[in-house]
Design a protein around this ligand. Structure first.
Ligand code: C2E
Ligand code: MG
Ligand code: MG
Ligand code: MG
Length: 275
């Protein structure tokens, strides 16, 4: 378990940047936070049985003045390694709450926003207060969701579920992201106030043809449903995958088939056309 937990934090991203690049980028990320270069893109998720919209996931992007649009895999690991992740995370929380407030009293008032948080962010002793103050400032009592990976189960096992229960008590729904790739402790999963399990994309890609993946996904559905959770499939790119998942009673899906992550304006016009 120790190695499993550690592995999450020393993610290797060197394929993309040299060490010098990383130093530059980390310094620039601090500036990006101050100069409004970060942006949330939104990817919708829908119900498989009736196509109804079930909310959107916020995925961070960095509009870098020289390097162009950067995706999170290029800078989230740096932010985690060099102590910027909490500031970045506060920005995301604030932004999502602001958006929920903007949508109030509009056609989009029922849409929930799921934000991603890493374990490190959850370890921050102030994050609970920050969440609370954001919900109060923007007068939000529903519609915010948090996506956490399975590694959080291990961290909670140590600290006793308390944090997740506090978050859940604020009306924030919890999702376990990338389910099936981590080290789940099922007895803790059972005790956690989790509403959604998200099946990792790697099991979905070849779902129509790969018997092992089919077995894994059926098992995840059985566990999720057995524990009273809804199951979301991520990375659905074609109708064959979607139909297989629907046939197996998977609840929700997300992926390029439905929509790519989009900037706010594009999301809103997409939503207006679809729903
Ligand atoms: P994730 O939360 O598992 O998000 C799903 C990723 O898969 C996203 O990549 C999304 O763009 C991509 N994706 C969605 N549908 C498809 C599909 O049909 N096919 C393929 N090939 N890919 C698809 P993205 O936006 O690059 O984000 C990567 C990861 O970065 C996220 O994985 C999440 O763990 C992390 N992340 C994103 N935003 C934040 C944030 O605000 N804070 C933190 N801590 N992490 C974030
Ligand atoms: Mg996610
Ligand atoms: Mg995921
Ligand atoms: Mg993923």
């Amino acid at each position: 378990r120790k190695t499993g937990y550690g592995r999450v934090q020393v993610f290797n991203h060197r394929e993309n940047f040299t060490d010098l690049d990383e130093i530059d980028l980390t310094r620039e990320l601090g500036e990006a936070l101050e100069h409004d270069q970060l942006e949330l893109y939104y990817q919708p998720k829908c119900q498989l049985d009736n196509g109804k919209l079930a909310g959107v996931e916020a995925l961070i992007r960095w509009n870098h003045p020289q390097r162009g649009l950067l995706t999170p895999n290029l800078f989230i690991p740096l932010a985690e390694r060099f102590g910027l992740i909490n500031r970045l995370g506060y920005w995301v929380i604030e932004q999502a709450c602001h958006q929920l407030q903007q949508w109030r009293n509009t056609a989009f008032s029922d849409i929930s926003i799921a934000i991603n948080m890493s374990v490190q962010q959850l370890m921050d002793p102030h994050v609970i207060h920050f969440l609370k103050s954001c919900l109060e400032r923007y007068r939000i009592n529903r519609g915010l969701e948090i996506e956490l990976t399975e590694s959080v189960i291990l961290s909670q096992e140590r600290s006793g579920l308390n944090l997740l229960e506090q978050i859940s008590a604020m009306g924030i729904l919890l999702n376990i992201d990338d389910f099936g790739t981590g080290y789940s402790n099922f007895s803790y999963l059972r005790k956690m106030p989790v509403r959604f399990l998200k099946i990792d994309r790697s099991f979905v890609t070849d779902i129509e043809h790969n018997k092992d993946d089919q077995m894994i996904v059926r098992s995840i559905l059985a566990i999720g449903h057995g524990l009273g959770m809804q199951v979301i499939a991520e990375g659905v790119e074609n109708t064959g995958q979607r139909d297989w998942l629907r046939h197996q009673q998977c609840d929700l899906y997300q992926g390029y088939l439905l929509s790519r992550p989009q900037p706010l304006g594009e999301l809103e016009s997409w939503l207006s056309k679809q729903f």
